[in-house]
Design a protein around this ligand. Structure first.
Ligand code: HEM
Length: 839
C-alpha cells in the first residue's frame, strides 16, 4: 500500500475513479467500448494503437524513445497516418498537468481501453517523462518483411513470441480503415470503409486467434487483397513461429493473461534515465480535497474528505470514519478535540474497485494547529482499524496556508493569498505557477512554470499574509493551471500554490524496497525442464489420444530422458515428452489438441532421469527448435504426386479454382481422392482442399515455412496456412477434361465471370438464395430477365443490365460449384457467373 502523498496521486485518481462520486471521467471518450469520433472508428482501439506508435520506434539499445509522448511531435510522419493519434492526444490533453505526464496518461490509456473493452488489467507503473521533441522513426509497416518485424520488435526488447502475442493483443479491437490503408481495404468495398480484425471488434477477447485458427477470420491483414500485395502482416507475424505462440494463447484465460503481461512490457519501454515506480494500486484510505486556512488569528478552518476503499469491505459495514490529529509540535495538546468526525458524502468506483467518501469540516485553534492525522475506521460490530499511512501519519504542513476566500482565478487573473508562518518568512514569498499553454500545430499543450513575487501584508497571529497575482497570456488557461507540489497541498489539490522563498519541499517519493531472496543449499535436487541446445522449452500442453498434439513419429521407453527424445526427433520442428516414458515428434503443434496449461500439470519425472520432467497423463512438455526447419523429413509427399511447394492463395482469386471442400479430417490422400481427375490438388488452412487443372497466375511460390498448419486429419503433416497452400501435381495422368462447366441454357449465352459486391449489386433485380441451386433453377427464377447470374454456389441474381461496378474478370475466378449441381459453376465470393439473353 502506497504512502501518501505520492507523485503518482493524480494518476491514481484518473485510473481508479472512473464513475460515480468524484469520478475523474478519464474513460468517458471510450465508454461504451464502441464509442468513436466518427463512423467506423473505435476510440478505445485508437488509444491502444496510440501507445504502440509512441513506443514502437524506441530503442533499448540506444536508450532513446519508448513511451515518452514524442508522438505529439511525430504526427506528420507517414508512419502515423490517420486522425486517430491526433484525436487521442487531444482527449488526453484535458487530463494532462504537471501532476501527470502525457506519457503516463498514454500508458494509462492502455489500461483503460483494454479494461474498458473487457480485457485484463494491464498494471501501470508511474513516472514516465515527456519528450520535448520528436524521436526516431521506425513503426512497423504492414509491407515489412518478417525479419524486419523481428528487428523492429527486438529494438524494444521483444522476442519473436512476445512480438506475436502483443500484435494479437493489439489486433483484437478495432480494424483497418480504407482511408488509411487502401491497399489493405480498398475504398468503397466495406461498410463504413473499415474491416474489423475479428467479429468482436469492440471486445478485447481471444476471437482474433480462434477465428484465425478456425478459418473464419476476416482480418484484412490476413486475408483479402493484402495477401496478394504483401501487406498481410498479421498473417506473417501470427504464423511466424509455426503458430506456437498463437496456440499457447488461444483460450480466453491464456489470452487475457498473456496480453496483460506483454502490454505491460510494451508500456514499460522508456528512455534510459527514466525509472518507473511501483505498480499503482489504490490507497486503502486517501485524504482528498484537504484545505487548511486561517479564519482568525486564533482559529483555522480544516476541511476535506477521506476516501475509503470499499471494494471488499461494504460501506454498510462501516459505522464511522474519524480523524485523530496531532498538534503542530506532533503532540496531543488538543486532547479530546483531537478527534474529528465525518459524514457520508458519496460513492465512486473504478473498473475493479469502489470507494466511499466521508467528509468533514471543523475549526482548529491556531495555538495547537495540526501536523498530521490518522484515520480510524470503525465497523458496525465495533472493531476499529487505524490507518496511519504506513506509520507516517497523513502529514499536514501548516507553514504555508492558502487563504481560500481571498484566492481566486477570475477573468484571466490568478490571485493567491497565502498565510506564511512568520518563522518561515515575514518579508518574501513567491507564487509558483505551472502553466499549461496551447501550442499551435501540436495536439497537446506544453507546460511551463513561472514565479511571481508576493507582497507581504498584515500579520495574523503567527502568520504573515502574502498576496500575489498573475495574468494569463493568450493560450494559457486559467482553469487548467496546475500546481507545483508542496507539503501541505496534496497533489490533487488547488490549481495554484504559494511557496515561501527557498522552501519548495520536494514531493515525497515512496521508498523502494528491494526484496532479497535467500536460497539455502539443502542438498535437495529440484526437478526441472532442462535446457536442450537448439531448442526452446515451450510449456506444458494438453494432448489427446485420438488426435495427437504432435502427430509425427513417436516412441515409448521406460528409461526416457528429455535429451533422448530431442535426439529421437532429429529433423522435426517440435518434440514433446509425456507420461514419464513417451516421446512425440511433429512439424507443428496441432491446435485441435494443444492448449497451454500451468507447468504444475506436467508433474511426472522422466523414467530415465528423475530430475527432469516428462509430462503426465495427457500432458506433454513441449520443446520447439530455435530455428524453423525449412525442409523437414516429414515434409509433404504423396505417392503418385509430385510436391510443388507452398503457394500463395487468396479468397478473391483462387490458385486452384475448379472445386473445393472443407473437412475436419483432411489428409493429403483425402484431398487427392476428392480431386481425382484434376491435375493439381492443394491443401490450405489445415482443413481446406482445392482442385484445378492449372495454377492461377496470381499465385506464387513462397517460402516453405509459410505453410505451417497441421492437417486436420493428420497432425504429422502440414496443410498450408491462411492464404497459403501446399500444392501437389499428379505424376501419372495429365488430368481429366470432364471437369465442371458452364452449361448451355436455351435462349441465353454464357456472358462471363463478373465482379460483384454486397453494397452495389452487378445484377440488381430479384434474387434467390438456394442451397440446392443449379444454373437451370436460376434461369427459371429470373423468368426471362435480360441477365441472370449465380454467385457463391447458392445465390442467384436477376437484372435488366450489367450494372453496379460489375467488371469482367477471368473465368477461373468463378470457381465455386453450384450447391445443387457440382458439374456447374456458380460464381465465387463477390464473383458472378453471368448469362445474357440471346437477341
Ligand atoms: C507488426 C506489427 C504491426 C503492424 C504492421 C500493424 C499495423 C496496423 C495497421 C496497418 C492498422 C490499421 C490502422 C487503420 O487503418 O486505422 C493497425 C490497427 C491497429 N493496431 Fe496495429 N500493427 C502492428 C502491431 C500492433 C501492436 C503491437 C498493437 C498494440 C498492442 C497494435 C494495435 C492496433 C490497434 C488497436 C489497431 C486498430 C486501430 C483502429 O481501429 O483505429 N498494432 N495496425
Amino acid at each position: 500500500v502506497p504512502t501518501w502523498p505520492a507523485a503518482s496521486d493524480e494518476l491514481e485518481e484518473l485510473m481508479f475513479l472512473t464513475s460515480g462520486y468524484r469520478s475523474r471521467g478519464f474513460p468517458t471518450a471510450i465508454t461504451p467500448c464502441s464509442k468513436g469520433a466518427g463512423t467506423g472508428r473505435v476510440a478505445a482501439a485508437e488509444w491502444l494503437r496510440t501507445a504502440f506508435h509512441d513506443v514502437a520506434p524506441g530503442s533499448i539499445f540506444t536508450g532513446i524513445g519508448g513511451l515518452d509522448a514524442s508522438l505529439i511531435y511525430e504526427l506528420s510522419s507517414a508512419e502515423n497516418i490517420g486522425p486517430a493519434f491526433n484525436t487521442t492526444l487531444q482527449t488526453y490533453s484535458s487530463f494532462f498537468s504537471s501532476k501527470s505526464s502525457m506519457a503516463d496518461i498514454i500508458a494509462l490509456g492502455v489500461y483503460t481501453s483494454v479494461r474498458g473493452c473487457g480485457g485484463p488489467v494491464v498494471p501501470i507503473k508511474p513516472g514516465r517523462i515527456d519528450a520535448s521533441e520528436s524521436g526516431p522513426s521506425g513503426v512497423p509497416l504492414p509491407q515489412n518483411s518478417f525479419g524486419t518485424f523481428q528487428n523492429q520488435f527486438a529494438r524494444i526488447g521483444f522476442n519473436t513470441s512476445e512480438m506475436i502475442a502483443v500484435t494479437a493483443c493489439g489486433h483484437t479491437i478495432g480494424g483497418t480503415h480504407a482511408s488509411n490503408f487502401p491497399e489493405i481495404v480498398p475504398l468503397n468495398t466495406a461498410p463504413n470503409d473499415v474491416i474489423d480484425f475479428d467479429t468482436t471488434n469492440v471486445t478485447f477477447d481471444n476471437k482474433v486467434i480462434t477465428e484465425y485458427f478456425d478459418g473464419t477470420t476476416k482480418n484484412p491483414m490476413i486475408r483479402g487483397p493484402s495477401a496478394s500485395n504483401g501487406r498481410n502482416s498479421d498473417f506473417r507475424v501470427f504464423n511466424g513461429d509455426r503458430n506456437t505462440t498463437m496456440t499457447s494463447m488461444q483460450t480466453p484465460a491464456a489470452f487475457a493473461s498473456t496480453c496483460g503481461t506483454v502490454l505491460q512490457k510494451m508500456i514499460e519501454v522508456v528512455p534510459s534515465g527514466v525509472t518507473l515506480g511501483d505498480v499503482l494500486v489504490p490507497y486503502q484510505v486517501k485524504p482528498t480535497a484537504l484545505s487548511l486556512y486561517l479564519l482568525t488569528a486564533s482559529n483555522m478552518s480544516f476541511s476535506g474528505e477521506i476516501r475509503v476503499r470499499t471494494t471488499t469491505l461494504a460501506a454498510s459495514q462501516i459505522a464511522s470514519v474519524q480523524l485523530v490529529y496531532k498538534d503542530t509540535t506532533g503532540g496531543s495538546s488538543c486532547g479530546s478535540s483531537c478527534m474529528i468526525s465525518t459524514a457520508y458524502k458519496g460513492t465512486g468506483s473504478g473498473f475493479d474497485d469502489t470507494f466511499t467518501y466521508y467528509g468533514f469540516s471543523t475549526a482548529i485553534p491556531t495555538s495547537s494547529s495540526i501536523s498530521s492525522f490518522n484515520v480510524v475506521v470503525t465497523l458496525v460490530g465495533g472493531t476499529s482499524t487505524t490507518y496511519d499511512n504506513n506509520g507516517a501519519g497523513f502529514a499536514i504542513d501548516d507553514s504555508i496556508l492558502i487563504q481560500k476566500s481571498q484566492s481566486c482565478s477570475n477573468a484571466g487573473t490568478v490571485t493567491i493569498t497565502a498565510a506564511v508562518r512568520s518563522s518561515v518568512s515575514r518579508t518574501s514569498a513567491n507564487l509558483a505557477l505551472a502553466l499549461k499553454t496551447l501550442r499551435s500545430g501540436l495536439p497537446a499543450p506544453g507546460l511551463s512554470s513561472t514565479s511571481v513575487s508576493m507582497t507581504p501584508g498584515a500579520t495574523m497571529g503567527s502568520w504573515t499574509i502574502f498576496s500575489g497575482s498573475y495574468s494569463l497570456t493568450a493560450g494559457q488557461n486559467a482553469t487548467t493551471n496546475v500546481p507545483l507540489p508542496a507539503r501541505n497541498i496534496p497533489s490533487s489539490e488547488p490549481s495554484t500554490v504559494a511557496s515561501a522563498t527557498a522552501e519548495i519541499p520536494s514531493p515525497r517519493v515512496r521508498s523502494q524496497e528491494k526484496q532479497i531472496a535467500i536460497y539455502k543449499n539443502t542438498g535437495f535436487v529440484q526437478t526441472i525442464n532442462p535446457n536442450i541446445t537448439g531448442f526452446n522449452y515451450l510449456g506444458c500442453y494438453t494432448d489427446r489420444q485420438d488426435n495427437r498434439t504432435l502427430g509425427g513419429t513417436s516412441t515409448s521407453n521406460s528409461s526416457l530422458t528429455v535429451e533422448f527424445c530431442a535426439t529421437f526427433c532429429t529433423g522435426k520442428q517440435f518434440f514433446g515428452v509425456e507420461y514419464g516414458s513417451e516421446c512425440y515428434c511433429g512439424p507443428s503443434l496441432n491446435t485441435a489438441a494443444a492448449t497451454l496449461r500451468p507447468g504444475s500439470e506436467c508433474s511426472m519425472s522422466c523414467g530415465g532421469n528423475s530430475t527432469e520432467y516428462c509430462g503426465s497423463g495427457n500432458r506433454m512438455n513441449v520443446y520447439n527448435r530455435t530455428t524453423i526447419l525449412s525442409d523437414e523429413e516429414s515434409g509433404p509427399s504423396l505417392a503418385d504426386y509430385t510436391y510443388q511447394g507452398c503457394y500463395s492463395d487468396s479468397t478473391a482469386s483462387r490458385s486452384l479454382s475448379s472445386k473445393a471442400t472443407q473437412s475436419n479430417s483432411l489428409t493429403y490422400a483425402s484431398c487427392a481422392s476428392f480431386c481425382a481427375g484434376y491435375s493439381f490438388f492443394g491443401v490450405e488452412y489445415g482443413s481446406e482442399c482445392y482442385c484445378g487443372n492449372s495454377l492461377s497466375t496470381a499465385s506464387s511460390k513462397v517460402v516453405e515455412s509459410d505453410c505451417s498448419f497441421a492437417c486436420s486429419g493428420d497432425a504429422s503433416k502440414i496443410c498450408g496456412a491462411g492464404s497459403r497452400m501446399n500444392v501437389f501435381k499428379t505424376s501419372s495422368s495429365t488430368g481429366s477434361s470432364t471437369g465442371p462447366a458452364n452449361p448451355v441454357i436455351s435462349g441465353y449465352n454464357y456472358t462471363g465471370c463478373y465482379t460483384d459486391s454486397v453494397g452495389t449489386r452487378t445484377l440488381n433485380g430479384s434474387y434467390l438464395f438456394d442451397n440446392a441451386l443449379t444454373i437451370q433453377k436460376c434461369a427459371t427464377f429470373c423468368n426471362g430477365a435480360a441477365f441472370f447470374g449465380a454467385e457463391y454456389g447458392g445465390e442467384c441474381y436477376c437484372g435488366a443490365q450489367i450494372g453496379g461496378n460489375g467488371a469482367k474478370v477471368v473465368d477461373s475466378d468463378c470457381g465455386f460449384l453450384c450447391s445443387g449441381n457440382s458439374t456447374q459453376y456458380c460464381g465465387a465470393g463477390d464473383r458472378l457467373t453471368v448469362y445474357g439473353k440471346l437477341g
